[in-house]
Design a binder for this molecule. Sequence first.
Ligand SMILES: O=P(O)(O)O[C@@H]1C[C@H](O)[C@@H](CO)O1
Ligand code: HPA
Length: 297
Amino acid sequence: LNTKKQAPTVNSNCCSFEDYKLTTEWLLNQTSHRPKVAVICGSGLGLLANAVNNRQSFRYEDIPNFPVSTIPGHEGCLVFGTIKDQCCVFMQGRVHLYEGYSLCKVTFPVRIFKLLGVETLVVTNASGGICQDYKVGDIMVIKDHINLPGFAGQHPLCGPNDERFGVRFPCMSDAYSKDLRRLALDISSEMGCSDFVREGVYCMVSGPNFETIAEARMLQVLGCDAVGMSTVPEVTVAKHCGIRVFGLSLITNKVSLDYSREEMVNHEDVLLTGKMRAEFLQKLVATLIIRCNHQEQ
Ligand SMILES: O=P(O)(O)O[C@@H]1C[C@H](O)[C@@H](CO)O1
Ligand code: HPA
């Protein structure tokens, strides 16, 4: 009698191991770069990849199985190259749940990075500041996150677990590397920029609308310092498969917590703030990449 339980077919597990393998092999055949660090660039932050030398770039639509960005500020290019002697790969733009992608597709690139041999993932995003001390243009080193869609079952690891990537019940209490957080704060201080670099908790909402005031107040009570529409699924999948994670969130707007406030947030302003902090962010990420291997894992 076969007692092995039949795994349910669920939407969230739309990619098979063969899909991941096919994409990885395609990339390995196209490039001789073998990155150890991957960077995901958030809204308006694709210019972080400008630090890369010996570039080789692929459009997402040309990579088999790769999800394609549909949002302005997400160029949709996978850029391989080097920063000093560190081989790295940058995603210029990501895809989001609200674009209609399953979380399996949203996190597809992370598992490709794993199979390519990536050991460290740097995630970046644009977010709204909930913490009252935060100002537009501040950079928040992500200390921890709240997976709000995950509470409602929108979780990238729902569905049959593939042990080739990780365990069924991964620990998330140390999702963001303490060593890399400390390194980023040291680099910021060396650059004389500590006054606008903070550490805090990022909360993911599904979007695409920005928060109502009542929702923003609820997030404040929950302990969120910043709110955005990405990152958490990628971090969860990276941590599941043993990739070390570091996260940066650019505060592009202050979230309204007050009914008398008349400012309205929009995506164009989010992208503009990215441009304002481009130079600093690029230097911070590049220096972190150069120095990250000298840190304990
Ligand atoms: O990809 P990220 O999280 O940086 O994008 C943020 C959240 C929304 O996608 C968009 C709103 O302006 O920017
Ligand atoms: O205020 C925001 N809310 C959610 N996502 C965001 N991304 C940039 N700003 C915001």
